[in-house]
Design a protein around this ligand. Structure first.
Ligand code: ADP
Ligand code: MG
Length: 590
């Protein structure tokens, strides 16, 4: 009996399909990319049950010529490249020519398409790779692809899918990425009969952000713009008050394509370091343009991997672009009355097809009874842009018109300026001032130290001595001069000038403790975290009365800082109430 045999075509296709089509999201992605490659400016995606039962993508692109339809469903059939050289220069999204054949191998696919040169459109049905229908269809230019019962012929794969809700959320995230990478295309995303996301294709990123995240988030986004020789960074980032607990709201588009990159995540962490608490991450939608020769693109069937050949330059560009945006904006959160949550989805009872897809849907309805209902036009989503006018509370000019009202609860300083009431947390403010001073000193390597005469002799435990020996240079940097005195004893000959209210030995022990907890090398971050702790210990506590002069000094120093908005731990230092808000509270205005 022969053991080796060649697999039949259906099996080969099923295996290949597994690489391209992993889950409903991958089907939607391939079909949308095809629609984009076909020059569409309107694309509707409709799914049911997380896309497991039903996926429809309708576009108003070029359509597929009748004589090309069957070829398009063959493996490695593509109109986009013809040989390996084209692979390098290809600008379109898909080019492996595998998507349609793969999808048709693992589901029932119905295609309706028409080019502007064909007189009549075509309807083509193929199920599990077997052709069922090829007939005339009266449809406008463009393409509809309907994918039903995904993996119905591969139960093992179908079982592998997550719940419809999870699959649907994957698709929804994909839609957001597509909408953000193609603001020039009007997208509509329908799930289980309601419109979840929609953009109008006016090529304005800000309008897409507004649509996706709502006014509340939109109003707290900052614009980013940086041009370097070989790289440009633009887009939007969230003010620190918008932070999230994971990286999911950090989106990067490199030359128009959404990619994930730990380097870019790290660049954002760096830019937000003094603005966000630990384990908090910003919102970011950043567009990078980098010449192709600086990218190493690895095309894997299921994912696109990008490596930057000049990673450091990219990292620095992103960090600087974002820092610049943060530093040039007033980041005082305004306390407003709770507004209604942003409307993220419009949920009419019934859906109205766009004109470009109406006849496609009608044709679908004609071919089988399709539960599609046409209804009254939905109300257009409210759109308004409040461009926050920024009159800086911090500018030299503004400071002259500040009116210090006083202190309340022995904790907060009140300042009136430009129809607003500002509240400053004195402890957080002082902490921040000390911290910045410490950091500056540390960065500039100004190890201002004072000689101790006579030196203080202290004994280190074995772990303490280990830590000290390992990080000797850090102690020198901080302003300590320590000498081994014999046995476990050490002589401290100099200490930093500024001890932040701690005794010489306490400060030393503090530093030892922090450094002993660092598992890797003593990086800047750990040192800064340490400085934050120390600055906090020595800072004016809440609950201490300040004289007007003391309050003035504190405010003046605070406002001269690069980032006076957050304390070293990321808590806000200043908040504000507008006159309008107060008037609303008193019902003077509505
Ligand atoms: P690829 O996109 O890698 O070329 P696909 O299997 O996804 O391979 O598609 C095969 C071909 O079918 C494409 O090259 C394109 O010519 C055609 N095609 C697929 N979808 C569309 C569409 N929505 N509009 C126009 N042409 C399409
Ligand atoms: Mg494709």
């Amino acid at each position: 009996m022969s053991k080796i045999h060649v697999l039949d075509k259906l099996t080969i296709d099923k295996i290949a399909a597994g690489e391209v089509v992993e889950r409903p999201r991958s089907v939607v992605k391939e079909l949308m990319e095809n629609a984009i490659d076909a020059g569409s400016d309107q694309i509707t995606v409709e799914i049911k049950n997380g896309g497991i039962d039903y996926i429809r993508v309708t576009d108003n692109g070029t359509g597929i010529a009748r004589e090309d339809i069957k070829t398009a469903f063959m493996r490695h059939a593509t109109s986009k490249i013809s040989n390996i050289d084209d692979l390098i220069s290809v600008s379109s999204l898909g080019f492996r020519g595998e998507a349609l054949s793969s999808i048709a191998g693992v589901s029932r696919v119905e295609l309706m398409t028409k080019t502007n040169t064909d007189i009549c459109g075509t309807r083509y049905v193929i199920d599990g790779g077997r052709e069922l229908v090829f007939e005339d269809a009266g449809v406008p230019d463009g393409t509809t692809i309907l994918v039903k019962n995904l993996f119905h012929n591969i139960p093992a794969r179908r079982k592998f899918l997550k719940t419809a809700m999870t699959e649907s959320s994957y698709i929804s995230a994909l839609m957001e990425q597509m909408m953000l990478s193609h603001p020039e295309i009007a997208f509509k995303f329908i799930s289980n009969g309601s419109v979840k996301l929609q953009t109008n294709g006016d090529n304005e990123i800000r309008n897409v952000i507004f649509k996706l995240y709502g006014k509340d988030v939109f109003d707290r986004m900052l614009q980013v713009n940086l041009e370097r020789e070989n790289i440009s960074v633009s887009g939007y980032v969230g003010k620190p008050e918008l932070s999230r607990s994971n990286h999911h709201y950090e989106l990067f588009f490199v030359n128009g394509r959404c990619i994930s990159s730990t380097i870019l995540n790290k660049a954002l962490d760096e830019a937000y370091k003094s603005y966000l608490m630990m384990h908090k991450y910003p919102y970011a939608i950043l567009y990078l343009n980098i010449p192709g020769e600086f990218l190493d693109v690895n095309v894997h069937p299921a994912k696109l991997e990008i490596r930057f050949l000049q990673a450091e330059a990219v990292y620095t560009a992103v960090t600087e672009a974002v820092k610049y945006a943060l530093q040039n904006t007033e980041l005082i959160p305004e306390e407003t009355e709770a507004e209604e949550p942003p409307v993220r989805s419009i949920q009419p009872a019934m859906i109205i097809p766009e004109p470009f897809e109406r006849e496609h849907i009608a044709a679908l309805q004609a071919s089988e009874e399709n539960p599609y209902r046409i209804s009254m036009p939905e109300k257009p989503a409210k759109q308004e842009f409040m461009q926050a006018e920024q009159i800086s509370f911090l500018s030299e000019e503004a400071r002259k018109s500040h009116r210090l009202i006083g202190q309340i609860f022995d904790t907060y300083l009140l300042v009136e300026y430009d129809e607003k009431l500002f509240l400053i947390d004195q402890h957080a403010a002082h902490e921040k001032i000390r911290y910045e001073r410490l950091v500056r000193q540390y960065r500039e390597n100004r190890n201002d130290s004072q000689l101790l005469n006579p030196p203080i002799i202290i004994s280190f435990s074995v772990p303490e001595a280990d830590t000290y020996l390992k990080y000797q240079d850090q102690f020198i940097k901080a302003g300590f001069e320590i000498e081994h005195f014999g046995g476990n004893e050490y002589a401290i000959r100099s200490v930093p000038t500024e001890l932040y209210g701690l005794s010489e030995t306490d400060y030393l022990k503090e530093l030892l403790d922090i450094l002993s907890e660092i598992r890797t090398s003593a990086d800047m971050e750990s040192i800064l975290a340490h400085l934050a702790t120390v600055s906090c210990k020595g800072a004016v506590k809440a609950g201490k009365k300040l004289s007007p002069a003391e309050a003035e000094t504190l405010i003046r120093e605070l406002l001269s800082l690069e980032n006076p908005y957050n304390c070293p731990h990321g808590r806000p230092v200043i908040i504000s109430f507008s006159k309008t808000d107060l008037e609303k509270k008193f019902k003077r205005i509505v």
